[in-house]
Ligand binder design. Structure first.
Ligand code: PLP
Length: 393
């Protein structure tokens, strides 16, 4: 039995639109395709390669570890896991413990399982916001506040409830005796780069305290310097109970983490949760090197500074109505121009961004992007926008 006609060429499932470009190499903010064409990468593989492509310190750590020890399972201790957990705990303010997994969705799964275990039977509902994105596994999809993404896979698992974004009264009305936790992104990333106001996050903290709920912050996209602070919640000065971290942690090597206050983490006992690959020597070597460079370079400060420069450049472009976000997680809302065709033309012109909504471009470049690269980025985006404005698109 062969594949249906026309389907035999690519052995990869069609969960993403067929890609038009094959990249073979990267360095810093630049990618090279197999024809040798270079692209200025303003997306970093969806906010992952925060230190740029092929950062030498991470590459060397991964290569050395690959020759030493790649995997043992979590039945045994290995060299880098505890130091990485210690660094994360310190950057998060201390007093917590970490579980290592492999993706953002798995970090959120861990957080939501932990919430159920912590809350006890009968309290299991996780409340999240419309427009949120928490992952693609069944539980994290259920938590994701985008009904259109649920519809093909209905029925969703029980225990997830959605409320209007930035609406504390709605959140309060959704809390009953079955609720265990609230999960929220400090900036809704996939939903279009919408930052939460300080009062919103502070209000969630207050509600969680009053009703004895866990406040889970999904920092999968915003964590580790991207917004101009180590974590997005630190701009608001709130103290979450649980934080999930993924994308930037291994600078592209898959590793994620769920951090929880020690009293909350104590709800997990041996056998309650696990991951075969989670925190293995190879990915923790990558994370250790990534975090070391991030601290040496003070990436939050760099992201704040470079973000201000990029924001200023984008805001000055004709065709940009508004720039929102924080640090180097930005969206340029276009003024009556479709974002999809602009992103496609930018790609053809050697600039990588993504149309995060039909009217907005998302930019999440390397946190080590240079001023010259930012200038080049805004010039090239401006030229493509000018062409679209002239073309009446
Ligand atoms: N949470 C947030 C805020 C995200 O942005 C993403 C991915 O974009 C996820 C969770 C899911 O992460 P992953 O694709 O690694 O499972």
């Amino acid at each position: 039995m062969g594949a249906p006609e026309g389907m035999e060429r690519c052995p990869i499932m069609s969960t993403y639109a067929a890609p038009s470009i094959r990249f073979v190499e990267g360095s810093g903010s630049w990618l090279t395709d197999r024809e040798g064409k270079r692209y200025l990468d303003l997306l970093s593989g969806l906010a992952v390669t925060s230190l740029g492509h092929a950062h030498p310190a991470v590459a060397e750590a991964v290569a050395a570890q690959a020759q030493r020890l790649v995997h043992t399972s979590n039945l045994y201790a290995t060299e880098h896991a505890a130091p990485v957990a210690q660094t994360l705990d310190r950057l998060l303010g201390g007093g917590g413990q970490v579980f290592f997994a492999n993706s953002g969705a798995e970090a959120n799964e861990c957080a939501m399982k932990l919430a159920r275990k912590w809350a006890g039977h009968g309290r299991y509902v996780v409340v999240s916001a419309y427009g949120s994105f928490h992952g693609r596994t069944m539980a994290t999809l259920a938590a994701t506040g985008q009904p259109a993404k649920h519809e093909p896979f209905a029925p969703m698992p029980e225990g997830y409830r959605h409320v209007a974004w930035a609406d504390l009264a709605h959140l309060e009305s959704a809390i009953d005796e079955t609720v265990a936790a609230v999960i929220i992104e400090p900036i809704q990333g996939e939903g279009g780069v919408h930052p939460a106001e300080t009062e919103y996050l502070a209000g969630i903290r207050r509600l969680c305290d009053e009703r004895n709920l866990l406040m889970i912050l999904d920092e999968v996209q915003t964590g580790l310097g991207r917004t101009g602070a180590w974590f997005g919640f630190q701009h608001a000065g709130v103290a979450p109970d649980v934080v999930t971290i993924a994308k930037a942690l291994g600078n592209g090597v898959p590793i994620s983490a769920c951090w929880a206050r020690a009293e909350v983490a104590a709800a997990f006992r041996p056998g309650d949760h696990g991951s075969t690959f989670g925190g293995n020597p190879l990915c923790t070597a990558a994370a250790r090197a990534t975090l070391e460079v991030m601290e040496d370079e003070d990436v939050p400060a760099r992201a704040a500074r470079a973000g201000a420069l990029l924001r200023g450049g984008l805001s000055a472009l004709a065709g940009v109505a508004e720039v929102r976000g924080a640090g180097l997680l930005l969206a340029a809302e276009l003024d009556g121009i479709d974002a999809g065709p602009v992103a496609a033309d930018l790609l053809a012109a050697g600039v990588i961004v993504n149309a995060v909504t039909p009217t907005a471009l998302r930019l999440a470049p390397s946190l080590l992007i240079s001023d010259e690269e930012i200038e080049e980025a805004t010039d090239r985006i401006g030229a493509v926008l000018d062409a679209h404005r002239a073309g009446g698109d």
